[in-house]
Every structure is written in structure tokens, then in C-alpha cells.
Design a protein around this ligand. Structure first.
Ligand code: UDP
Length: 600
């Protein structure tokens, strides 16, 4: 018999799992491509797991494989056989539950049994006596059943297995006195065996077959029984699995949402949804969901390790730590969830309400298509490019708010707006920069054989901007330019000049909110199909002011660059924390008072 070390065992287990997973996958692929291949409901991940565990333990053995560990693996193998028969012949699930009960009884008879439990966060031990075997069997049944539930997403089941295995192994290292050798070996083996399964799991488990996940749950349950790891198990196994495997948390969430709306009778079935189904419904992909669920589990594992490491801490401090970590984790989870890109239904731009202000969830292409429609209609339309400061101003400026709520299109222009919208779960995908929109609208106008007019900025700047735009957009016709420092008396003449020129697009760069109010006041007189407020864009296009480097634009840091270049703009920075604060307050309101979205 070979003698191995733990790293060798880890490597052997991992290699066996990888090779067997690859082999099974290759074989399944061949069989699956045969036209007459019978539909097979078999969970190969269980085979991979058991083979890897057996090889790892066997190679590690000094004299003969560790007695308790091999006992667990052998029992698990028998259970896998029963589980597979249940899957293959669609037998009642109670059969495998009974098999776990028998397997648990057998293990208890052989000394794998919970005899004492330590009260969480304390040093008080309770001796279970005759209740020990009953609790052991119930615990094993619970672990197996919960993993089987998570097994409907195989990569998630094996991912939780790998994380739990890794964490339990580290706990064994940190607390060698209270954890047994069998727990150490099994958890290390489990960790190595599950990692390849995360990748192959989806390919190996056939729909509806969860015998592998069931067996995995049984093995993890056994690890916590053979080592004194029950409190850790609560955090690293039970909590994630209750969240992932049972519709309990997702259901509580939807019930709570209903309660906040004012109770109305909703069929229980409507709420009976697993977390991964909820996420899938929201447009997240399979691997995103796997990442989200495993990320949450990894967080809980880290918390469990921290608690074991700080074992000397007092009960109250530990409890406080867990409470703070769970709340912080939930907030973090929520924010990350909202920021992740996801598939949006492609039924055209949605109109959303962000902090009481209307906004169109458009990409640049969609905004341009809409603008082209306005030009073809040849009736006056107004576009507001709305950044964080516009939305914040609109809170205190009813006139600006009214203009934005009545205008033809409000585009999301700025990282702050997109961030706030994402946090509020509004379907705003990307920013649609006003500065970029100037050149793009010029392209649309040139393609349609129409002209543009530039109004605003200091004397000379609009001329320079017009020259640069003509250079960028071949065939562009400039109907006219005028600076933005005119008196009220000069206004009628300017309006008349623009009306006569009848451009397709009028860019107005007078700053927020003056440009919006000016356009609104003169829209009908002007008769221009697209009037758009573009803030400081002429200063940038003319070359008078530099735009932030591309990487800063991509990271949504353009505001920072502009503030560094023009420190007088520092007062505007208040808009960003304010919009985030308003967003946070909005999140606390009942859903019906939050923003609605509708398709155009
Ligand atoms: N501006 C103007 N007339 C005025 C005040 C400002 O034409 O009475 C111009 C100013 O020269 C600048 C633009 O309006 O080109 C406003 O730029 P800012 O960067 O402040 O735009 P915002 O941040 O408001 O979009």
C-alpha cells in the first residue's frame, strides 16, 4: 500500500475527479449523439464524487484506508445506488429517504453518531443519550434532502460541497483537538472531488436526476457527525442550503413585498419559487446565478472560519459579529445583484421613474433611432440628457421636474444615474453620454440631408465646435451658431433666426437647468424636430476643455476628472452622494411608492 501525504491525497482526489468527469462526459457525449440513444436519468456526478473520494483515501492510507472515512464512503456508495434506482425508475422519493435512515442507523451502530451538542456560542455541552441516533439520522436526512434540492443546479450543489469541504477542513486544522481525523480526510477529499464537478456538473447530471447531490449531502452530513463541527455546519451548510435549496427565503421575501403593498390574497404557489428561479426570471444567466449563490456561500464560510479563529471571544461579541456580518452581507449581496449586467427583455426602451423623475432606459442606438423618428415626423421634440445633478436639481425645482416629466425623451447621462437606476432595479443598462450624442446626432442629420444649429457657450466656442463637428462628420451642414451669453431682449431675434434656418437638430449649451427651461419656453416657436440640452459639450468638442481619458469615462469617473480640472465645480459633487442617499431612502419605501416602469 502506498503511503501519501495530505497534499498528495488532495492532488490524487482532484485528478481522479477531473479525469473521471472528463471520461464520463466524453462517453455521454458519444452516447448522446446516437440517434436511438434512450433518455437516461442518471446523475454521473455521484460516480465522479465517490470514485475521487475512494481513490484519495486509498492513496493516503498508511496501512489501510482510514476505517471511519471508508465506512462513510462505502455507505454513501450504497446510498447512491438506491438514489440512482429511484431516479432511473422514477420511484417515490421516500425510498431514498428510507435508505438514508437505514444508512444513518448503520453508521450510528458503528460509532458515527452525534452524542453531544454544544450550544451555539457557548461552552455548554448537552449529552443526547438515546436521542443521539435519532438526531443523527434526522440531520443526515436533512443534509441529503437539502443538497438534492440544490442539485437541480448541479454546479451549485457541488460548489457548496467544495466550499463546505474546504471550510470544514480548515476548521479541522484550526481545532485539531475537537475534530477527528476522519472529518479532516473526508472534508479535504470532498473539497478536491467537488471542484471539477462545479465545471462539469451541469453536463453530467441529467435533468431531474439528483442522486449525486443527495449522496454529496449525506457525505457532508457525515463529516459534521464524525468531527465536532455542528456550529460551523449551521453557517456553512445549513444556512446556504436553506437559502438555495428551499423556497423558504425567496417565499418570505415575496410575502414581505406583498405585506408592504398592503395584504392581498395571493396563492401560495405564486410564492413557491426557489432563489435560483427568481434570479433566472430576473434575467441572470446560469453561470451568474452559480456565481451569486456560491459567492454568498463563500461569504458565510469565511464568517464561520472567523468565528472558529476567534473562539475565545465572548458569546455577546460573537453574536454581535454574526448579526453585523449577516446584515452587511445582505446589503452587499443586494448591491452586487443590482450592478451585475443581465439580459433585459428586448421589447424596446422602457420608460421608468427614477426618484420622481421620468427617464427612458435607452442605449445610444435606441436614442438615435428615436431622434431619427422625431426628425422624420418634423414636429418639435425635446430631449433632456439627464445626469445625477439634473435629477437632484429636479427634486427641488418643480419647473425642471415638470419639464422632464413631460418631455419626449430623457436619456440617462452619467454614471450616478445608471448606478441609482440599477440599485432600484430599473432596466437602465448603460449611460448615454450627452457629449457623444452631439456627434452622433450630427451623423443622423447628415445622413438625412438635414442641418444642425449650435446655441450656447462663450463667444467663439460654438464656431470652433461647429468646425470640428464638420471635420468629424462628412457632409454635415451647420445651419448656424450663436453664443450663450445673450440678454432677454436679444432672445426673440435668436429664436427667429433658428426658426428660419429650420435645422433638424438644435443643440443648446446653456447649462442645467437654464437650457431645459429655455428650450421648453421656445419649443413650439422654434419648430425644430430635435432640441437637446447639451451642457458643457461645446467646450469639449471645440477643444477648449479636455474630456476625461477613455478609461475614466468607462469607469464612470468623468465627474472626478472634470472636478480636478475645474475645482469651481466642487459644489456639484454633492449631487452624487445626494442621489445615492435619495436612492437608499427610496429603497426603504413600499413598492407601490417606488418607481414603475412601462414599455413604450
Ligand atoms: N453658458 C452659456 N450661457 C450662460 C451660462 C453658461 O452659454 O449664461 C454655457 C457655458 O459657457 C458652458 C455651458 O453653458 O459652455 C455650461 O457648461 P457646464 O459644464 O456648466 O454644463 P452642465 O454641467 O450644466 O451640463
Amino acid at each position: 500500500m502506498m503511503v501519501g501525504s495530505e497534499p498528495q491525497m488532495l492532488l490524487a482526489t482532484f485528478a481522479t475527479a477531473l479525469v473521471s468527469a472528463a471520461l464520463v462526459y466524453a462517453w455521454r457525449h458519444r452516447v448522446g449523439t446516437r440517434p436511438a440513444a434512450p433518455p437516461l436519468r442518471f446523475d454521473f456526478t455521484g460516480l465522479v464524487l465517490l470514485a475521487a473520494l475512494a481513490v484519495g483515501l486509498w492513496l493516503y492510507a498508511e496501512d489501510q484506508p482510514h476505517h471511519l472515512a471508508m465506512l462513510v464512503v462505502t455507505t454513501a456508495a450504497l446510498l447512491f445506488v438506491v438514489g440512482s434506482v429511484t431516479d432511473l425508475f422514477s420511484l417515490p422519493r421516500g425510498l431514498r429517504a428510507a435508505a438514508v435512515a437505514v444508512a444513518g442507523g448503520f453508521l450510528c451502530y458503528n460509532g458515527v453518531c452525534i452524542q453531544t451538542v454544544k450550544l451555539p456560542f457557548s461552552t455548554v455541552f448537552i449529552h443526547l443519550g438515546w436521542a443521539g441516533p435519532v438526531i443523527t439520522i434526522l440531520w443526515l436526512m436533512l443534509c441529503a434532502a437539502l443538497f438534492a434540492r440544490a442539485g437541480t443546479m448541479p454546479s451549485v450543489a457541488s460548489g457548496v460541497g467544495a466550499l463546505a469541504g474546504g471550510t470544514l477542513y480548515l476548521v479541522c486544522l484550526l481545532q485539531p483537538r475537537v475534530t477527528g481525523e476522519a472529518a479532516r480526510l473526508l472534508s479535504l477529499g470532498l473539497f478536491a472531488a467537488c471542484i471539477p464537478e462545479v465545471i462539469f456538473g451541469r453536463l453530467l447530471a441529467l435533468r431531474g436526476a439528483t442522486a449525486g447531490a443527495y449522496t454529496l449531502g449525506f457525505v457532508i452530513g457525515c463529516i459534521t457527525v464524525v468531527g465536532a463541527l455542528k456550529n460551523t455546519a449551521l453557517l456553512v451548510i445549513l444556512l446556504p442550503l436553506l437559502i438555495i435549496g428551499v423556497p423558504l427565503f425567496a417565499s418570505i421575501f415575496t410575502y414581505a413585498a406583498d405585506l408592504r403593498r398592503g395584504w392581498r390574497a395571493v396563492a401560495v404557489a405564486e410564492h413557491h419559487q426557489h432563489l435560483h428561479q427568481l434570479l433566472a426570471d430576473q434575467g441572470y444567466s446560469y453561470w451568474q446565478i452559480v456565481g451569486i449563490l456560491l459567492g454568498g456561500t463563500a461569504y458565510l464560510c469565511a464568517l464561520a472560519l472567523l468565528l472558529v479563529w476567534l473562539i475565545e471571544l465572548t458569546f455577546v461579541l460573537k453574536l454581535l459579529m454574526v448579526a453585523v456580518a449577516l446584515v452587511a452581507g445582505l446589503v452587499l449581496f443586494y448591491i452586487l445583484l443590482r450592478l451585475l449586467p443581465r439580459r433585459q427583455p428586448s421589447t424596446g426602451p422602457a420608460e421608468v421613474r427614477l426618484l420622481g423623475v421620468r427617464l427612458h432606459a435607452v442605449t445610444m442606438d435606441e436614442a438615435l433611432q428615436e431622434a431619427e423618428r422625431f426628425i422624420r415626423e418634423d414636429r418639435p421634440h425635446m430631449i433632456v440628457t439627464s445626469d445625477a445633478s439634473t435629477i437632484v436639481r429636479a427634486q427641488d425645482d418643480p419647473e425642471l421636474r415638470r419639464i422632464m416629466n413631460e418631455t419626449d425623451m430623457v436619456t440617462p447621462d452619467g454614471a450616478g444615474v445608471v448606478l441609482a437606476a440599477k440599485l432600484l432595479n430599473l432596466p437602465v443598462r448603460a449611460r448615454c453620454s450627452g457629449c457623444d450624442m452631439v456627434a452622433e446626432l450630427c451623423r443622423v442629420a447628415a445622413r438625412l440631408g438635414r442641418s444642425v444649429y449650435l446655441l450656447g457657450a462663450e463667444p467663439g466656442v460654438a464656431e470652433l465646435a461647429a468646425r470640428n463637428l464638420k471635420r468629424q462628420v462628412p457632409g454635415l451642414e451647420i445651419a448656424g451658431v450663436h453664443h450663450g451669453y445673450f440678454s432677454p431682449e436679444e432672445e426673440p431675434a435668436i429664436v427667429e433666426e433658428i426658426r428660419r434656418a429650420h435645422p433638424a437638430v438644435l443643440f443648446v449649451a446653456l447649462g442645467i437647468p437654464r437650457q431645459e427651461k429655455w428650450i421648453r419656453a421656445h419649443l413650439d416657436e422654434l419648430g425644430v424636430p430635435v432640441c437637446v440640452g447639451v451642457g458643457g459639450s461645446f467646450d469639449v468638442i471645440s477643444g477648449r476643455k479636455k474630456r476625461a481619458p477613455l478609461w475614466m469615462q468607462r469607469m464612470g469617473l468623468e465627474w472626478l476628472y472634470r472636478t480636478i480640472r475645474e475645482p469651481r465645480r466642487i459644489g456639484r459633487l454633492v449631487a452624487l452622494p445626494r442621489i445615492l442617499w435619495l436612492t437608499f431612502m427610496q429603497l426603504l419605501k413600499p413598492p407601490d411608492h417606488q418607481q414603475h416602469s412601462s414599455r413604450r
